[in-house]
Design a protein around this ligand. Structure first.
Ligand code: SF4
Length: 269
């Protein structure tokens, strides 16, 4: 048995994800980051919302909560405030986090709640029927945008930074070790951490956009992602159709649990 296999509920496997889906890669990166940071199954809670990505909590052998659509961050906030000693990791998708849960997302970041939020971005609602999400790129097709969406997409990383998150990073299912490292650094941050994990969805997004085999999407990630250090030196014309990965933003600020405990202390006096 490999060291990370103990983190999975073997009786819940095999998983329900489609062949070639990137969700399993991101889930494995999370458990490897957990192992790397020395967290245990007893001091770590996994909270997810609804959607393909959020099925991960059912497969992971921790204390887990599979909550309502868009509501993972409020549940996780409650757990963190009640039991600050626990490590709380949120697994969410682009629709779950930035549409239904959009307000919870920005307010969780604004408060700097000590959570590690891993956003599996497959650019579409997979499980619920292939509708366009707020992170579907312009002119890409979905069941609700058969001629291509004209809605400008959110950059969830910029949104998190603007809202007050203290650690923001991006990686992809192609860059597995890098993704693990980005999540591990997010776990270290005492505050709101967002890690966008770009994952391929060959069934909903891939078919609608005639992407072909899952490997095509992974090659696109390999060829389009640019490490942040190199990205900062690129002229604007060379950034077209590319995106940065790595730590995009970091800051230090008092986390919400610490601020809240000071309020409790003041009230008790
Ligand atoms: Fe993965 Fe897409 Fe299938 Fe959902 S629909 S399991 S995201 S490939």
């Amino acid at each position: 048995m490999r060291s990370y296999e103990k983190y999975f509920r073997q009786n819940r496997l095999p998983h329900m994800w489609c062949p070639g889906c990137g969700n399993g890669i991101a889930m494995k990166s999370i458990v490897q980051a957990i192992e790397k940071e020395g967290l245990t199954q007893d001091n770590t809670v996994i909270v997810s919302g609804i959607g393909c990505s959020s099925r991960a909590s059912g497969y992971m052998d921790f204390d887990t909560l599979h909550t309502a659509h868009g509501r993972a961050i409020p549940f996780a906030t409650g757990i963190k405030l009640a039991r600050p000693e626990l490590n709380v990791i949120v697994i969410t998708g682009d629709g779950d986090c930035t549409a239904i849960g959009g307000n919870h997302f920005i307010h969780g970041a604004r408060r700097n709640v000590d959570l590690t939020v891993v956003l599996f971005n497959n650019n579409i609602y997979g499980m619920t029927g292939g509708q366009a999400s707020p992170m579907t790129p312009m002119h890409k097709r979905a069941t609700t945008a058969p001629y291509g969406t004209v809605d400008r997409p959110f950059d969830a990383c910029k949104l998190a930074e603007a809202a007050g998150a203290t650690y923001v990073a991006r990686s992809t299912a192609f860059h597995v070790q890098h993704l693990t490292d980005m999540i591990a650094r997010g776990i270290q941050n005492k505050g709101f951490s967002l890690i966008e994990a770009m994952v391929q969805c060959p069934t909903a997004y891939g078919r609608k956009n005639k992407q072909g085999q899952p490997s095509v999407a992974m090659k696109w990630m390999r060829d389009s992602a640019v490490m942040k250090v190199a990205w900062d030196k690129l002229p604007a014309e060379k950034k077209v159709d590319k995106f940065p990965i790595g730590i995009l933003y970091e800051n230090k600020y008092e986390d919400y649990g610490t601020a809240y405990s000071e309020v409790i202390e003041a009230a008790q006096k």
